[in-house]
Design a protein around this ligand. Sequence first.
Ligand code: C6P
Length: 407
Amino acid sequence: MAFNAEIARKDFPIFEEKMRGKPLVFLDSAASAQKPRAVIDAMARFYSTSYANIHRGVYELSERATGAFEGTREKARAFLNAPEAREIVFVRGTTEAINLVAATFGRTHIGADDEVLITHMEHHSNIVPWQLLCEEKGARLRVAPIDDRGALDVEAFGKLLTPRTKLAAISHVSNALGTVNPVSELVELAHAAGVPVLIDGAQAVPHQAVDVQALGCDFYAFSSHKVFGPSGVGVLWGKAEHLEAMPPYQSGGEMILTVSFEGSTWNEIPHKFEAGTPDIGGVVGLGAALDYVTGLGLDAISAHESELLAYASQALETVRGLRLIGTAPHKASVLSFVLDGIHPHDIGTILDQEGIAVRTGHHCAQPVMQRFDVPATARASLALYNTRADVDALVAGLERVRGVFAR
Ligand code: C6P
């Protein structure tokens, strides 16, 4: 059956709630997506029937829990079309995934006068870990520029790849602009210069199918909570050859093979990177979320959202004094904007009175705000459950905002 957002929306109990006495118009999925009943039920079922610590117990309940946890690893492998399940490392989210790579791969391979290449549109979590690493090592952070539409200058990116570049870290989709980067092309350029590539997929995986083998990248990171799963869980995929060569990240239980006071040896991947008891129920919830989006079909979700994004972009243009920040030719989900003479926080507060949830601020991408010379933007972000009615409500809400300030 063809994808139908009106039907999919019914899978999300949150839409039965009223906000400020009005139906919820949820346009903040880039911050965190709502959860379908399938995820909520899977977690409740897991805790009701199968919960115990994993990889440790010899009893049936622990086997059940381990099976459910490891089942998600295979689902995540399939979701990313990764070659092997042992290349899937469970982390707390995209932020931790990037910190893990910076602290292990980064510390090993980046030395004095080396360079890490990022882009001007990165989220803080794909800037600051590299900044700290560069400070520690006496290395340099290089930044590929973006144009006035918020599209990456690919030629400049290519020129910034030098023999000193030891890693490129790029967002797949920008959270502040919605720009979809041509990641396969960037990976090709980087690899031609012998540079491995990490892709921050936080804003990509809820909106399009991702195939890490087709992209050719070295690392790919995403967060469960943005792809309709619970928060506190995420995935780092890395090529086995990298993960095997990398030193451990955190240390303690589970990540070891042997421990003595003279020294310790490390477990096999991915366990080497999974110290301590993880968020077992969260990982199970992530598995249900991946099943859910895979069941709907990411190509169908993507087609629905592209159509809705085009509709919304046109509709917002009818609002007088509105300027879209981020008009790259290839975009997903995000509509960042400013309204002449009205602070984004006021926009958000007045929209909230109508039951409309948008995010306002710098969206953890302050360099993007600086690039466009705005202190903040209002950001509406779309997901599979949004419809034209949500966009129409937003436009009506913005007219109300303008009305309040015209008084
Ligand atoms: N962006 C937003 O409102 P965590 O917090 O670890 O799950 O994800 C961090 C992150 C990394 N990269 C990108 C591109 C992101 O968008 C985010 C999270 C949210 O835009 C919260 S700031």
